[in-house]
Design a protein around this ligand. Structure first.
Ligand code: AMP
Length: 172
């Protein structure tokens, strides 16, 4: 099954110059969705880790079923103002503007290991911010896993201290 062919590419969304990878067409196709999870599962099933951490919101779509398949718990990293308990927060720069991510302070204990999951790595900014949040709680990042990698943005370089896995690659 060629899952790449089920991803719809929309040029110029949300702004000019961006080649948007639309995964809704993959998710709607049950064979493609299942194959995506199979490939993601295979790459991390032998790693030593305690939890899957998903980045809101498309990281939840792949992270939660992966956690279930691998018999791990799932921890969400969310956009501001969504989590009800005491939170740890991080701000980081986007290509334009700023973004913030939050997680519950008591979600992880020192020494616990996680795999961080998102749908796509572009510049790597969101992923690096997620790692900083996790490490600020004393926990460790065993790996990053993305369904899609935009290779020419070199997000992997921002994460050069970590194991980085991706399944479908685009030049840009
Ligand atoms: P970054 O922090 O630059 O690695 O951006 C990653 C986040 O932005 C991911 O959560 C993606 O869902 C989203 N994103 C960035 N660029 C694209 C793109 N070209 N197509 C689809 N989603 C994107």
């Amino acid at each position: 099954m060629d899952i790449k062919s089920t991803i719809r590419v929309i040029e110029g969304y949300p702004i000019e110059g961006i080649s948007f990878k639309d995964i809704t067409t993959l998710l709607k196709n049950k064979e493609a969705f299942e194959e995506s999870l199979d490939l993601l599962e295979k790459e991390i099933k032998d790693l030593d880790f305690d939890y899957i951490v998903g980045i809101e919101s498309r990281g939840f779509i792949f992270g939660a079923p992966l956690a279930d398949r691998l018999n791990k718990g799932f921890i969400p990293i969310r956009k501001p103002g969504k989590l009800p308990g005491e939170i740890e927060k991080i701000s980081y720069d986007l290509e334009y503007g700023e973004n913030e991510l939050e997680m519950h302070k008591d979600a992880l204990n020192p020494g616990e290991k996680v795999v961080i999951v998102d749908d796509l790595i572009a510049t790597g900014g969101s992923a690096k911010a997620a790692a900083n949040l996790i490490e600020s709680l004393g926990a460790e990042v065993a790996a990053f896993e993305f369904l899609i990698e935009l290779e020419d943005l070199n997000g992997r370089d921002v994460l050069n201290d970590y194991k980085v896995i991706s399944v479908v690659k685009y030049d840009h």
